[in-house]
Design a protein around this ligand. Structure first.
Ligand code: SAH
Length: 279
C-alpha cells in the first residue's frame, strides 16, 4: 500500500492513521485579502500499493511566473465569480493555491488562464473554472469544512491542494506512478497536513477511508463506479464526469440521503478517461 502525506517527513508517513488535524478556521468572510488564507478493514483488499520514502526537499521559490501571482490569481478569481462561482470557500481556496507551481516552468505563464494544461503522460490539469465548478457542487449548501473527501485522479495535485482548504481530510488517488510522485513533489512545499496521496487504481474507490462526505473524480468512464456510490456517507455528495445515454460525457452529481440517492446530470464536459489498473 502506498500512502504519502506530502507534508510529513518519511517517518510520519509510515503512520496508518490520517493526520489528526487541529480545528481549522472557518472560511475567510472576504475574498480580497488574498490570504492563503483509515482505518484498515479485514477482508477489504486495498487498491493501493507501496509507500514513499523520498526526502523532503525545500522548493518554495516561484518558478517561471514573472508577475505578482497574488494579483494574477485575484484576476482569475474575479473571472470565476463573473462566470457564476459564488461559494466563498471555493473562491478563497482558488485564490490561495498557486496553480503555477503545478505546471512545467514553460507553461507557468499560462497557469492563471482558464485553460487545461498538459501535466505529462497524456494527462491534463483541469481548467480553473472546471475545478471551481466541481468543488462548488461538492460543497454547496454545506456549512464550513466538509469531512473526509476522496479525490480520484490526483494528477499533478492541484485539485487536492484546493480541496485541502475546503475539507477536513483529502484522500487523493492516482493510478500513474510518475504522476503520483510528481504530485508528492509539487505538494511537499505546501505542507498540507490534511492531504494523503495514494498510489493505486481509484476505480474501486478507497474503502479504507469510507464513508466519505464527498467524492470527486477528474477522469470519466462510461458510468460512475458503483463502489464510489457505496462509499458515500449519508449526506455525502459525489461529483464526477461520466458518459450518459446521449453518448456524451456530462458532470454527474449523486447525493446520498438517509433512504436512497438522487442523481443529477449537468452540463457536458471533457475529462481524460477513467482507466483500470496502475502503471
Ligand atoms: N485533479 C488533477 C487532474 C488530473 S487528470 C489535477 O489537479 O492535476 C485525471 C487523472 O486521473 C490522470 O492523472 C489519470 O491518470 C487519473 N486516473 C484515471 N483513471 C484513474 C483511476 N482509475 N484511478 C486513479 N486515477 C486515475
Amino acid at each position: 500500500m502506498k500512502r504519502t502525506n506530502p507534508a510529513s517527513p518519511p517517518a510520519r508517513n509510515a503512520s496508518a492513521a490520517p493526520a489528526s488535524g487541529k480545528p481549522r478556521p472557518a472560511f475567510p468572510a472576504r475574498l480580497d485579502t488574498g490570504a492563503a488564507a483509515p482505518v484498515n478493514r479485514p477482508g477489504v483488499a486495498p487498491a493501493v500499493q507501496g509507500r514513499s520514502t523520498a526526502p523532503i526537499a525545500a522548493n518554495t521559490a516561484p518558478r517561471g511566473v514573472g508577475m505578482d501571482s497574488v494579483a494574477v490569481r485575484h484576476a482569475m478569481v474575479r473571472k470565476l465569480q463573473a462566470q457564476g462561482v459564488s461559494h466563498p470557500g471555493v473562491l478563497a481556496a482558488m485564490q490561495a493555491v498557486e496553480r503555477h507551481r503545478f505546471v512545467d516552468t514553460a507553461l507557468a505563464n499560462q497557469a492563471y488562464e482558464d485553460t487545461s494544461l498538459p501535466i505529462g503522460l497524456g494527462q491534463t490539469i483541469s481548467k480553473p473554472s472546471v475545478v471551481a465548478r466541481m468543488l462548488e457542487l461538492l460543497c454547496q449548501g454545506r456549512e464550513g469544512r466538509i469531512g473526509r473527501v476522496l479525490d480520484i485522479g490526483t494528477g499533478c495535485g492541484y485539485q487536492a491542494a484546493v480541496l485541502s482548504h475546503l475539507v477536513q481530510e483529502v484522500y487523493s488517488i492516482e493510478r500513474l506512478r510518475a504522476l503520483h510522485e510528481k504530485a508528492r513533489d509539487n505538494l511537499r512545499a505546501f505542507r498540507l497536513a490534511n492531504v494523503h496521496l495514494l498510489f493505486g487504481d481509484g476505480m474501486p474507490g478507497y474503502p479504507q477511508g469510507a464513508p466519505y462526505a464527498g467524492i470527486v473524480a477528474a477522469a470519466g468512464g462510461n458510468d460512475v463506479p458503483q463502489a464510489w456510490i457505496e462509499q458515500l456517507a449519508v449526506g455525502g455528495r459525489l461529483v464526477a464526469p461520466a458518459v450518459t445515454d446521449s453518448g456524451q460525457q456530462h458532470l454527474i452529481v449523486i447525493e446520498r440521503h438517509a433512504h436512497g440517492f438522487t442523481r443529477s446530470v449537468l452540463e457536458p464536459v471533457l475529462f481524460v478517461p477513467l482507466k483500470s489498473g496502475v502503471s
